[in-house]
Design a protein around this ligand. Structure first.
Ligand code: C2E
Ligand code: CA
Ligand code: CA
Length: 442
């Protein structure tokens, strides 16, 4: 007989298997193994729950403390999830996404749902416990999406999509929480997809137009106008920008749309400021964070000004604090450059985002715009009075103009005036209307 030592070959096989089915960083099963297991459970008709776990703001930790700390946290999370899961399969999908595949007893759908939601809450709670990253204390939170498989033949793809949608819903709910997939989420997704495809088609058509809303001072003089996009869809009727702008932002369609808006506003500015106006009309144009983040943002603004012949001093850009979140320094530089060319800058929806005082001091802005949510409750909610008051004081201290939006009643206007805010925009002073209807007022 002959003897062959196959231990090398055996080790190679093990290693190959390890590489193919396990995540090298955490040692957890990888996506491929997870998909196999889901497919098997589905084939056997084994009721199961899938938990899609995404670590909140993981990118921030990675950026702030470096990738090796980030990796360490991922390993700790892997261990913690395994302890919690008992024998259930814990896989790493990639990045900061984990999935637990848990078999459920053969119980009624309602009982399975209840038990899965309970377990998801335990995942959320487990994540909140302190992590020790070799001497460094860290607190994390996660968002969990739950998809349930009740019987045979569920498609793996459907389950992954459902889990993902539910996880997205948990993020929308403010993170550090869990959400069970429901059909509503699928409908909302289809609505968004349909809207996006309509939007794509509509861009470049004549379905969009701009309305203009006056901004006035205490004496009622016109001090500016805000341009607001309107969409008259042949299929959907008039669609509010509150609905189509977020879809445009998520899909990148805001770039061509935003450019079109700015071009229109420039042309209108040329028309309104043509000749002999004692006080020029300044048009404020909303600009999305997605636009600001483009490397050629400034260039495209300047080119549009040049092409239309509009005077930069007759235009104002309204940015939100969200534009400031990523890459503050680069954003500040862009804003500086625009300002040097004469454009004015306003910080929109002020008070709803997060702005540190030190950041605010560095921003080359001209104006703070008090968000309408504070104005709405001004006469009833002391906390909103306090916020409006601090914004006005802050603007004053930093030498910025302040304007209130959403002013609907004389009482609100008087209240704001008493706090020191003398610029207003809102239904009390005029609704957004097409440019033609504006000509009489000017
Ligand atoms: P926003 O920039 O905060 O604009 C103010 C919104 O408040 C407008 O809604 C306006 O019609 C509404 N409004 C004005 N006065 C009053 C009032 O007295 N009471 C109440 N309840 N509402 C008032 P609209 O036109 O539906 O726009 C919604 C949002 O869509 C805007 O909020 C802005 O964030 C976005 N948006 C609109 N046009 C554009 C655009 O051209 N580009 C970008 N990026 N975003 C736009
Ligand atoms: Ca605005
Ligand atoms: Ca606003």
């Amino acid at each position: 007989g002959t003897q062959i030592d196959i231990s090398d070959q055996k080790r190679l096989q093990d290693e190959t298997r390890q590489l193919a089915f396990y995540d090298p960083l955490t040692g957890l099963p990888n996506r491929r193994l997870l998909l196999d297991q889901i497919a098997a459970a589905s084939y056997l008709g084994q009721p199961s729950a899938l938990f899609f776990i995404d670590i909140d703001n993981f990118k921030d930790l990675n950026d702030a403390l470096g990738h090796s700390i980030g990796d360490r946290l991922l390993c700790r999370i892997a261990t913690r999830l395994q302890e919690l899961a008992g024998g259930a399969l814990v896989a790493r999908l990639g990045g900061d996404e984990f999935v637990i595949l848990q078999q459920q007893p053969l119980a009624s759908p309602a009982l399975i749902e209840e038990s899965a939601c309970g377990f998801a809450q335990r995942i959320v709670a487990a994540m909140e416990q302190r992590f020790d990253l070799d001497g460094l204390s860290h607190f994390a939170t996660c968002s969990v999406g739950i998809a349930l498989m009740h019987g045979q033949g569920a498609s793996v793809e459907d389950l992954l999509r459902q889990g993902d949608l539910a996880m997205y819903a948990a993020k929308q709910k403010g993170r550090n929480t869990s959400c069970l997939f429901d059909q509503e989420m699928e409908h909302a997704l289809h609505f968004r997809i349909g809207l996006e495809s309509d939007l794509r088609r509509a861009i470049g058509s004549s379905e969009f137009l701009l309305h203009y809303q006056p901004q006035r001072d205490q004496a009622g003089n016109l001090i500016g106008v805000e341009a607001l996009a309107r969409w008259n869809s042949p299929f959907r009727g008039s669609v509010s920008p509150a609905i189509f702008i977020p879809v445009a932002e998520a899909s990148g369609l805001i770039l061509p749309l935003g450019l079109w808006v700015f071009q229109q506003a420039c042309r209108q500015s040329v028309r309104w400021n043509r000749e002999g106006r004692r006080v020029p009309v300044v048009i404020a144009v909303n600009v999305s964070a997605v636009q600001v983040r483009q490397p050629d943002f400034v260039k495209s603004i300047l080119e549009t000004l040049q092409a239309t012949g509009a005077d930069p001093c007759h235009l104002k850009l309204e940015l939100t604090e969200s534009a400031m979140v990523e890459d503050v320094q680069a954003t500040i530089e862009k804003m500086m450059e625009l300002k040097q060319h004469g454009l004015a800058l306003s910080l929109d929806d002020f008070g709803t985002g997060y702005s540190s005082l030190s950041l605010l001091k560095r921003l080359p802005i001209d104006q703070l715009k008090i968000d309408q949510s504070f104005v709405r409750e001004l006469l009833f909610a002391p906390s909103d009075v306090a916020i409006a008051k601090s914004i006005i004081t802050l603007a004053d201290a930093l030498g910025l103009e302040v304007i209130a939006e959403g002013v609907e009643t004389r009482e609100q206007q008087q209240f704001l005036a008493a706090l020191g805010c003398t610029r207003y925009q809102g239904y009390l002073f005029g609704r957004p209307v097409p440019a033609e209807q504006f000509d009489d007022v000017m």
